[in-house]
Design a protein. Structure first.
Length: 685
């Protein structure tokens, strides 16, 4: 150990927030304040001081903020994140000799007699003083020596200060020496608040201890709060014809008016002809079959081309413009896989796995075969070239105005690639967002999030019971997971028609919509299929849709009277109007005396939303709530109003225990806005 390090007496431990000891970035949103805590301590009784140093990755100089003691050697400080991109912070601790000295001086001066406070064990009686006791002179000499010690500390600090503040420090040091030279028998404390503030600006950091550097990635607000609607542009053509991007563009303002802010399209690239799939995943395609959009690539281009039947680059640019004018964004599906007709197959066969007979390995999950798709080989001898080409796909679309990407099956590609690729894209486009479609093992899902994915699909699609929902959503919204994993809740996708939606009727769709929209600050639906309650599987026990839109055009009667869109609009409006629904960290579950009823709240500032959902899609369920009133910001026995945002009912409640009855045939959920006492006038009541 170096000599200077041997004199560093302070320990800095347990710095939070951090992910895997600083290996990965903590995630925050622009405008957030990040709270940093740490254990900072040293030997003996000397006073300790600590600060947080922080900077943007584009800055050379560090900013600092003083840490405040929380007790038991824990310290805390906050700083604001006002710029997108990566930030760094570290914690620095040191022995504060001047503050230690100042505290000791105050004790010595307080120990003086004649009306001064005298510490226990150092009392002087009148008899002692009359007898000529030498206690007072000893105290005076101790104070005089302390003045000289303080002067030395101030002169040492001044030696490292340039400008007027240096003179202020030396002037005060001189005044302390003059006080010592006076030889008085009693002293007042000469220290001032301004001197204390001055010394805090110029701490003695010769033997300070610094923690490791920790990283924070700052995203824009849509990374935390977003409402997604997915549809296939090819299915929105008039009179059953193949839809085009210009047709899709006409739907965007309407969807924006319904409260959706991200419009997500499956791949829009040319579709291969070799081994093209027919309807319902038939291995033999008819001449008119359009194939799967995920079988990407033909002689007309690959991942940076647009299928001619969808339109032109100019059509795409116009669609992006219409979305921007409507206040929404286009999200593109990026699926790194190729049809046998993809240009890369000819130009870079080394990017694929070659079988012993010289043919390229197609995708399969024995005994299932997917001859229309070639997976990429991330152990390719030309892995660097492969990485660069794939990253260029994101950069290409980002340059055309796309900043949100839904990534198909990222867990089947190398995780080091994602860490490098996302970092590369975000360095150029720090506002880019990535949604991971990875329905896989928890560690892999979390690993992808740590490596840069802004949001992630979840197991919500299959969590149905009260226990499952409570346990899983608690995991996702508490530390440490919430520092790096942002859930996006989807009741359905083009690949997944869950059993509950197959068999639960309208009540199941309403229930899942309410859960997704209120449990998560981000949620999405595979639009037409969900709003029109498409629920027929291709066969019993399958989660594939009958007549899946993945393999054919579908006509959707979106103006049907039984459409769920009016309900979705109500939910989306509530999400826009209530900031508590735009965050996840305040999600709290409350007791309710029925295993079929789920009760939970979200609170942000004075805005509180309390949701109760009947998980039984057949029978009415009732129960008495046992609310945690403190979590709701209310007193235990307080009376308050609750307005049901779904049906606009108004109820007066009192305390934690209130009766709830929900009939799935009518409405399987309440979404209550809590109105505290004295706030009824603000609600127009």
């Amino acid at each position: 150990m170096k000599a200077s390090e041997g004199r560093a007496r302070v320990v800095v431990e347990d710095v939070q927030p951090q992910i895997d000891y600083g290996r990965f970035s903590v995630k925050r949103i622009i405008g957030d304040e990040i709270q940093v805590t740490a254990a900072v301590y040293g030997d003996g009784h000397d006073h300790i001081a600590a600060r947080v140093l922080y900077r943007r990755d584009t800055e050379g100089e560090w900013h600092s903020v003083k840490m405040e003691a929380l007790g038991n050697d824990m310290w805390s400080a906050r700083f604001a994140l006002d710029t997108l991109g990566e930030w760094q912070f570290r914690v620095e601790g040191w022995v504060d000799h001047f503050d230690t000295w100042a505290s000791d001086l105050a004790k010595r001066i307080a120990a003086q007699p004649d009306g001064a406070t005298i510490e226990a064990g150092q009392e002087n009686t009148d008899k002692d003083l009359q007898a000529g006791s030498n206690v007072v002179p000893e105290l005076a000499r101790d104070i005089q020596l302390a003045f000289r010690t303080g002067a030395g500390l101030l002169n040492h600090l001044a030696a490292n200060v340039i400008g007027p503040d240096a003179k202020k420090l030396t002037d005060f040091a001189s005044s302390l020496c003059r006080l010592a030279d006076q030889g008085a028998t009693r002293y007042d404390n000469p220290l001032t608040d301004s001197l204390k503030e001055l010394t805090e600006r110029y701490p003695d950091l010769r033997f300070s201890t610094k923690s490791a550097d920790y990283r924070v990635w700052v995203d824009r607000e849509r990374a935390r709060f977003s409402t997604w609607y997915e549809f296939f542009p090819r299915s929105v053509g008039e009179n059953g014809r193949h839809g085009r991007l210009c047709d899709a563009a006409r739907h965007i303002p309407q969807l924006a008016a319904m409260g959706f802010d991200v419009i997500y399209f499956p791949p829009i690239h040319p579709i291969g002809n070799a081994f093209r799939k027919g309807r319902n995943n038939n291995v033999i395609a008819a001449a008119e079959d359009v194939g799967s959009p995920w079988a990407i690539g033909s002689e007309q281009g690959g991942h940076t081309a647009i299928a001619p039947e969808l339109g032109t680059p100019a059509d795409f640019d116009e669609m992006v413009r219409i979305a921007q004018d409507s206040g929404v964004e286009i999200a593109l599906d990026i699926a790194f896989q190729c049809s046998p007709d993809h240009p890369w197959v000819k130009t870079h066969p080394e990017w694929f796995s070659i079988r012993p007979d010289g043919s390229i390995q197609y995708a399969e999950n024995p005994p299932k075969k997917y001859q229309d798709i070639y997976p990429l080989n991330f152990e390719s001898s030309d892995w660097q070239g492969l990485w660069e080409e794939l990253c260029d796909v994101f950069l290409f679309w980002a340059e055309r105005g796309v900043r949100i990407f839904r990534v198909d099956n990222p867990h089947t590609k190398a995780l080091p690639f994602w860490e490098w690729c996302i970092d590369t894209v975000k360095k150029r486009y720090p506002d880019a967002l990535f949604l991971a479609e990875a329905f896989t093992r928890p560690h892999v899902m979390y690993g992808l999030a740590k490596r840069g994915f802004s949001q992630s699909y979840t197991y919500f699609t299959w969590r149905n019971t009260k226990t499952e929902l409570t346990s899983y959503l608690t995991e996702l919204t508490t530390l440490p997971v919430r520092d790096f994993f942002r859930p996006n809740l989807w009741p359905n996708t083009p690949d997944i028609l869950p059993e509950l939606l197959q068999k639960g009727g309208r009540a199941a769709f309403v229930q899942r919509a309410v859960l997704a929209a209120t449990l998560g600050s981000s949620y999405g639906i595979y639009g037409p299929a969900f709003e029109l309650m498409d629920h027929v599987p291709v066969r019993e026990g399958s989660e594939e849709y009958l007549d899946s839109e993945k393999y054919q055009l579908r006509l959707w009667a979106r103006e049907r009277e039984d459409s769920l869109m009016p309900l979705l609009q109500i939910l989306n409006r509530a999400r826009q109007q209530h900031p508590s629904l735009q965050r996840n960290e305040t999600l709290r579950f409350h007791e309710i005396g029925n295993p079929n009823l789920l009760c939970y709240s979200k609170r942000w500032g004075g805005d509180v939303i309390l949701t109760v959902v009947n998980l039984d899609t057949v029978f009415a369920q009732s129960g008495w709530t046992d609310l945690n009133m403190e979590e709701l910001g209310l007193k235990h026995d307080e009376r308050y109003l609750v307005r049901d945002l779904l049906r606009d009912g108004l109820y007066e409640w009192s305390g934690p225990s209130n009766y709830v009855l929900l009939d799935p045939a009518v409405m399987p959920a309440h979404v209550f806005h809590l109105i505290p006492p004295g706030h009824a006038d603000e609600e127009g009541l």
